[in-house]
Unconditional design. Structure first.
Ligand code: FAD
Length: 380
C-alpha cells in the first residue's frame, strides 16, 4: 500500500489551499480526496467577498495576511487565466448610535493592526455609491483594501493546479472513515479505493467535516445554517462598488464582475426556514431601504448555501489531543474563502512541524473544552 505523508479530505478552497501551502513547505507526497471534485460543494457557490473588517484580533490578522496573498495571487499560483482580485473596498452601514459606538472599538483594533478602515459620513458614502439612501443610516465604515474575487471556483482550481505541478495527487472518492489505531492516524478508508495509508490526515470536508471527525472519535461543535443568495439580471453600469453590508440589518450586497447584483439577508427578525418566500420579501425590503436601485431590478435566481458554523463564529484549526496525526480545518462559519490563504498556510505549517505565519492557537479545538471561545461579532 502506498503511504502518503498527508491525505486531505475535501477539495474545497480550504483543502486546496492547504495542499498548495504543503508543497511550499516541502511536502509533495500528498493526496487530496473529494467525493464531488474541486470546489464541488459550498466553495462552488461562494461569491468571494474578501474583507478585513473584523471584531477579533485573530480574524483581522488572518484576513489581512490573506488579502496580501490575494493581491499577489497571480505571481504565487501562476493560474491558467488571470485571477482578478477587485480591491474596491467594503462599506458597512450603521443605523444606531449604539452599533456605531460599539463598532468604533473594531475600527480602533483594525487600525492598530494596519487595516485602514475609517468612518465616513452618509454624504461621503453617497459619493462612493451614488444610489445609496443616505438617510437610512448614521455613518458607514469603509476599508478601501477589502474587495472580492468572484470566481471562487477558478481560485480553488488554481490552488489545486499549483499543488499538482509540485506532485500533489487529486482523486474523486468518498472517504468513509479516518483510520485511527491506538490514538494514531493510519490513513483513510474510501468507498472506491479502500484503505489509503497516511501519517497525517487533514479534515477539510466542509459540510461533511462533522461526520468525518466522528469517525476519528471527535465530536465537532458545528451547526449548519442556510444562507440564501438572490441574484439579479446583469446591470451593464457599475452601480454598487464598494461592496455593501450591514451587520445590524443582516444584509450584504455586491455587484459581480459580469454586472449581476447579489443580495443576501439574515436579519435577526427572521425565523427558520431561511429559504421561504417570506425571507425573499424581507431581503428585498431591507435591501431597497439601504440601496433603492434594487427596486427596479429583477431577482431571477436564488441559491441556497450552508454555513458550517461554530458557536463563536470562528474556524477550528489544528491538531486534536489524543489523535496523533489528525488535523482539522473546519467550521468556517461563512468566511472560509477570504481566510483560505492564511488558513492554508497555518495548517500546512502545523502539519509539517513549522510555525504558522499567524498564530492561530486561539482557534484550536481545545477552546470548546476550556471555555475560551473567541466570539466574532462581525458576521452576516
Ligand atoms: C451563501 C454563501 C455566501 C458566502 N460568501 C462568502 C464570502 O463572500 N466570502 C467568504 O470568505 N466566504 C463566504 N462564504 C463561505 C465560504 O463559501 C466557505 O466558508 C468556504 O467555501 C468553505 O470551504 P471549505 O473548503 O471548508 O468547504 P467546501 O467548499 O464545502 O469543501 C469541502 C469539500 O469536502 C468534500 N467532502 C465532504 N465530505 C467528504 C467525504 N466524506 N469524502 C470526500 N470528500 C468529502 C465536499 O465534496 C467538498 O468539496 C459563503 C458561504 C455561503 C453559503
Amino acid at each position: 500500500m502506498k503511504m502518503y505523508d498527508a491525505v486531505i479530505v475535501g477539495a474545497g478552497i480550504i483543502g486546496c489551499s492547504i495542499a498548495y501551502f504543503l508543497t511550499e513547505k516541502g511536502f509533495a507526497n500528498v493526496l487530496v480526496i473529494d467525493k464531488g471534485g474541486i470546489a464541488s460543494d459550498v466553495t462552488g457557490l461562494c461569491p468571494g467577498g474578501v474583507r478585513q473588517q473584523w471584531g477579533t484580533e485573530i480574524n483581522c490578522l488572518m484576513s489581512k495576511a490573506s488579502t496580501e496573498f490575494f493581491n499577489e495571487i497571480n505571481d504565487r499560483l501562476e493560474p491558467e487565466h488571470e485571477i482578478k482580485f477587485r480591491s474596491v473596498g467594503y462599506m458597512n452601514t450603521f443605523h444606531s448610535e449604539e452599533a456605531k459606538a460599539k463598532y468604533a472599538e473594531n475600527v480602533a483594533l483594525q487600525n492598530s493592526l494596519g487595516i485602514p478602515t475609517k468612518f465616513i459620513s452618509p454624504q461621503e458614502a453617497k459619493e462612493l455609491i451614488p444610489g445609496i439612501n443616505e438617510s437610512s443610516f448614521l455613518t458607514a465604515a469603509f476599508c478601501e483594501t477589502d474587495g472580492f474575487v468572484d470566481d471562487a471556483y477558478h481560485v480553488t482550481q488554481s490552488f489545486a493546479d499549483a499543488a499538482k505541478r509540485k506532485g500533489v495527487e487529486f482523486v474523486n472518492d468518498t472517504v468513509n472513515r479516518i483510520v485511527v489505531e491506538n490514538g494514531v492516524v493510519k490513513g483513510v478508508d474510501c468507498e472506491k479505493r479502500g484503505l489509503i495509508g497516511a501519517d497525517r490526515v487533514v479534515n477539510a470536508a466542509g459540510l461533511g467535516s462533522k461526520k468525518m471527525a466522528e469517525t476519528a472519535g471527535v465530536a465537532l461543535p458545528i451547526e449548519f445554517e442556510i444562507r440564501r443568495i438572490l441574484y439579479t439580471n446583469r446591470v451593464p453600469k457599475r452601480i454598487l462598488e464598494p461592496l455593501l453590508i450591514s451587520f445590524e440589518k443582516g444584509f450584504a450586497a455586491k455587484q459581480l464582475t459580469d454586472g449581476t447584483l447579489y443580495l443576501s439577508y439574515l436579519g435577526k427578525d427572521l425565523k427558520p426556514p431561511f429559504n421561504s418566500f417570506d425571507y425573499q420579501v424581507r431581503a428585498a425590503e431591507v435591501g431597497t431601504e439601504i440601496f433603492p436601485p434594487l427596486e427596479s431590478l429583477v431577482f431571477h435566481t436564488h441559491v441556497d448555501g450552508r454555513y458550517d458554523s461554530t458557536s463563536d463564529h470562528q474556524a477550528i484549526l489544528g491538531d486534536v489531543d489524543g489523535v496523533l496525526g489528525y488535523y482539522q480545518a473546519v467550521g468556517m462559519s461563512g468566511h472560509g474563502f477570504m481566510m483560505s490563504p492564511s488558513i492554508g498556510e497555518s495548517l500546512a505549517a502545523m502539519v509539517t512541524g513549522n510555525i504558522p505565519q499567524v498564530d492561530v492557537s486561539s482557534l484550536h479545538f481545545n477552546r470548546f473544552q476550556t471555555n475560551q471561545l473567541v466570539f466574532e461579532p462581525s458576521v452576516v
